[in-house]
Design a protein around this ligand. Sequence first.
Ligand code: BV8
Ligand code: ZN
Length: 268
Amino acid sequence: MSDISNGVSRESLTQVANLLRCAERIAILTGAGISAESGIPTFRDSLTGLWQQFNAADLATADAYRRDKELVWGWYEWRRMKVLLSEPNPGHVAIARLANERPLCTLITQNVDDLHERAGSQDVLHVHGSLHSPRCFACARPYHFPDGIPEEPEGGRRLKPPVCTHCGGNIRPGVVWFNESLPAAIWQASELAVRTCDVLLSIGTSGLVYPAAGLPSLARRLGKMVIVINTNATEQDRMATHCFRGRVGEVLPALLADGWGRPHVKVE
Ligand code: BV8
Ligand code: ZN
């Protein structure tokens, strides 16, 4: 275990950078920890103010929306405002740089923000949907937000969701709620990326929400290398072949500085 907070051990960085340089196919799974450094509260930290008496898993459900759509819509608009007011951080930028230098690199994210895209990542697999693609709860037609940033108070407030111009139904967030299925094509592409990768990087996730949380153990069962980067110990550490205890925004750029982005040129 290399402890980045006291300056990561050089050999573990170099060792992992070499492994990544030799890897043909790289899969990356990110969670709320990578956006935390952009000031986006992690999933559990986002329960502040009006919503602090709720458990995320109770608020992020279709039933909660049916029970109190204004409470739920207010929470999501506050979170969307936080995202629109934030910027990608060095962790997002390092991943975008890697993917641009290593075409066989697939990015899977549990995050519902667009910070990976704003850092330059393309074809991001959003297994839990996106704050930026709301749709009608009744007829599922997409809804387009008006331009600008919602003015949502920190303490939060109930907010009437917009109404679908086609059927009059209420607009819901474009995220995957608990007990909703993940988008099939995106989930299949994510599983395939892990099944065919040489190395999986699991970054800034507590590994508590399934089926995404099962990807590192799938990789390990198939004999892949699994590199975990997290400020705290999590269940995923058991699956890791290498584990960095540290901030994403520190570890990833340090790995990149070690040239992990440049493919290993086999000297014939
Ligand atoms: C489904 C969108 C089929 C909404 C989210 C198997 C076993 C047990 C339970 C289940 C199972 N299979 C399914 C379930 C049920 C359920 C589930 O997993 N429940 C959990 C609570 C046990 N799963 C589902 O319901 C899924 N659907 O399985 O469909 C089905 C179909 C019909 C009927 C039944 C089943 C759907 C799950 C999707 C839920 N939606 N998000 C929204 O955002 O509002 S999940 C949400 O929580 C996020 O998307 C994210 O995935 C998750 C939070 O996880 P993290 O991203 O890891 O964030 P967290 O805050 O937890 O941790 C942050 C980490 O970062 C920490 O470890 C921290 O230490 C670290 N960190 C912080 N800062 C830094 C850092 N690390 C590095 N650097 C830093 N600077
Ligand atoms: Zn509609």
